[in-house]
Design a binder for this molecule. Structure first.
Ligand code: C5P
Length: 258
């Protein structure tokens, strides 16, 4: 695609989460989807998008099985224009895993896309929308979907109350978006944002649920492009069922971009 001619893009894949909520007893990136580890789908999606000159994957420290999975995919994808793929040890929070992958990004890269390995079915179109926005001058861009549920904020209810929490507010749904990945950044802007995060406590680091929030805190505008229902984050067994259906079940032919 034309946009990647002007930009030199490194794609960071964070795959170092434990995936406890899936209950498979192995890190989430290794959980099978359509008979193959989830990370394989994520990496194939990135390769198919054709926007990366480099891919850095953060895996759980010491996870030789995941390293081997990435290495065999590197062999499978090897070709003249294929991106260089590097594996790094992730950290105990997502932000630390991103920082570990960011540390190996080539100095001559202009931009970085950060993708959750837990979103294995992200279509190429979403990568292309994010890259187009970066090529158009955005320093930060996130893919998003409109929220269908009414979302409320809550506080803990006092002991002895007839419920566990109390509603404290209802933001206007028309202004809410569910944010996905890949999130795209100008490399220098992202490095600056992560250098601010480096000094945070473990608790503060754990509260960084995406990279855009670090850039927002610097006052940099974060642009939004359309995400995809295919880009769901696999967190619970129900998500896994849905992803299997998207891949091969009766839903697959009817599943439309949106
Ligand atoms: O659990 P959470 O929703 O934050 O995970 C989002 C992504 O971040 C997943 O792909 C997961 O593998 C990754 N992650 C990571 N290192 C951690 C925690 C999460 O790479 N310590």
């Amino acid at each position: 695609m034309n946009e990647s001619v002007q930009l030199k893009i490194a794609v960071l894949v964070v795959a170092a989460g434990s995936g406890e909520r899936l209950g498979h007893g192995v890190p989430k990136a290794r959980v099978p989807l359509g008979g193959e580890p989830m990370l394989v789908h994520s990496l194939r999606g990135i390769l198919a998008a054709g926007v990366a000159h480099q891919i850095a994957v953060a895996v759980p420290t010491g996870d030789e099985a995941l390293r081997a999975i990435v290495e065999s995919l590197t062999v499978e994808a090897a070709g003249e224009d294929s991106p260089q793929i590097t594996v790094v040890d992730g950290g105990s929070t997502r932000a630390e895993s991103v920082a570990a992958a960011l540390a190996v990004v080539d100095a001559d890269s202009t931009s970085v896309l950060i993708h959750d390995a837990a979103r294995p079915l992200t279509p190429a179109e979403v990568y292309h929308r994010v890259v187009k926005s970066l090529a158009g001058g955005a320093l930060a861009v996130v893919p998003a979907l409109a929220v269908v549920d009414t979302v409320k904020t809550v506080t803990q209810a006092p002991a002895g109350s007839p419920g566990v929490e109390l509603v404290s507010g209802t933001p206007a749904r028309s202004q809410l978006r569910a944010i996905q990945t890949p999130q795209g950044f100008d490399l220098a802007t992202l490095r600056q944002a992560h250098s601010h995060a480096a000094g945070l406590s473990a608790e503060e680091s754990a509260a960084i649920t995406d990279d855009a929030m670090l850039v927002e805190a610097m006052g940099v505008p974060v642009y939004v492009v359309h995400g995809s229902a295919h880009s769901l984050k696999i967190t619970t067994p129900t998500d896994l069922l849905l992803a299997e259906a998207m891949l091969q079940g009766p839903l697959a032919p009817r599943w439309v971009e949106g």
